[in-house]
Design a protein around this ligand. Structure first.
Ligand code: BTN
Length: 327
């Protein structure tokens, strides 16, 4: 109930809404409205209350709250439950545990801070308190395990579209799933699958987004290659808005993908990619590959045209470097 009140307060902006209107719209007494307002205040919201005019939202907590998150997810159905933590080692670890215990598809674990945030290739993920989005979702698609890379690309498309809605910056995808602003990494995606008989049992979709980090939040070795939405746009960005926008985009594309397959996701990815049509050196598990990435294959590999004209699908690479850059 308090999230519906919060949504109504947010929608009316600087204007007051009368207790009578809230009570009529939500079908509860004015005393019950007042109790819900007190609940929101206890969660850190500042609400101006005037006996004559009613209520208006005057300030939000800097922490993520359940009512706010639920409000941002209105109109979506994928998220089946949210677990919101102050500090965890890694939302990824927690989501894995929940999935093993039978958690439903759409279980979403979010933390204000991670003490051991994990990235791809054994790297760590910088996760300072209250500044980023650190979340992991349990997915249970009925798909062969070989399709898991397509889900990674889908996630990148959803996140790219969501962030483009919120910040006026050029955001592109570097294969397979890093989002870049001005060549610097803004987010990380880590999909980890568990399978049985070559079919997916569950996937843990981990997402880290550098929302309001400042230069000082990054260790020296990352300062050159990482940025945040705040650094790039000069504005503080609401983290609940980021989560809401992502879930909406992801839900839409995920359902489309499960219904119709990879073709649309493939075209959307190619349109957002910054990696295509530029000579590059890819450090693959089988050695370095030099060529021009030209498209995705139907299964989600990167198709690279080599100097002799042959085309090679690359399924994984630790790094993709522009050929004119020093490596
Ligand atoms: C990458 O290396 O680019 C992927 C980084 C993924 C980080 C996210 S933050 C939420 C989730 N929990 C983790 O420990 N990792 C992922």
């Amino acid at each position: 109930m308090s999230n519906r009140i919060l949504t109504m307060l947010e929608e009316s902006g600087k204007h007051y809404i009368s207790g009578e209107l809230l009570s009529r719209e939500l079908g509860i007494s004015r005393t019950a409205i007042w109790k819900q307002i007190r609940k929101l205040e206890a969660q850190g919201y500042t609400i101006d209350a005037s006996p004559r005019l009613g209520y208006r939202l005057a300030g939000r907590p800097s922490r993520l709250t359940m009512p706010e998150l639920l409000g941002k997810l209105q109109g979506t159905t994928l998220v089946s439950g949210i677990k919101l933590y102050e500090s965890v080692d890694s939302t990824q670890n927690l989501a894995h545990k929940l999935a093993e215990e039978g958690a439903d598809e759409g279980t979403l674990v979010i933390a204000e801070q991670q003490t051991s945030g994990r990235g791809r290739m054994g790297r760590s993920w910088v996760s300072p308190a209250g500044k980023g989005v650190y979340m992991s979702m349990v997915l249970r698609p009925n798909l062969p395990l070989q399709f898991a890379p397509q889900l990674t690309l889908l996630t990148a498309v959803a996140l790219c579209r969501a962030l483009k809605e919120l910040v006026p910056a050029e955001i592109g995808i570097k294969w397979p799933n890093d989002l870049l602003i001005g060549g610097k990494k803004i987010s990380g995606i880590l999909l980890e699958s568990s399978a049985e008989d070559e079919r997916i049992r569950h996937v843990i979709m981990g997402i880290g987004i550098s929302v309001n980090l400042t230069e000082e939040d990054y260790p020296a070795d990352l300062a050159e290659i990482a940025t945040s939405l705040r650094i790039a746009s000069g504005e503080t960005v609401d983290r609940a808005d980021v989560i809401g926008a992502f879930v909406k985009q992801f839900e839409h594309l995920y359902r489309l993908y499960l219904r119709e397959g990879f073709a649309t996701i493939q075209s959307l990815w190619e349109a957002l990619a910054v990696t295509l049509h530029k000579p590059a050196k890819l450090m693959t598990p089988g050695g370095a590959v030099e060529g021009v990435p030209i498209s995705l294959t139907d299964s989600g590999a990167l198709l690279v045209r080599l100097a002799d004209g042959t085309e090679l699908p690359v399924f994984s690479a630790e790094a993709v470097r522009p050929l004119d850059a020093r490596s």
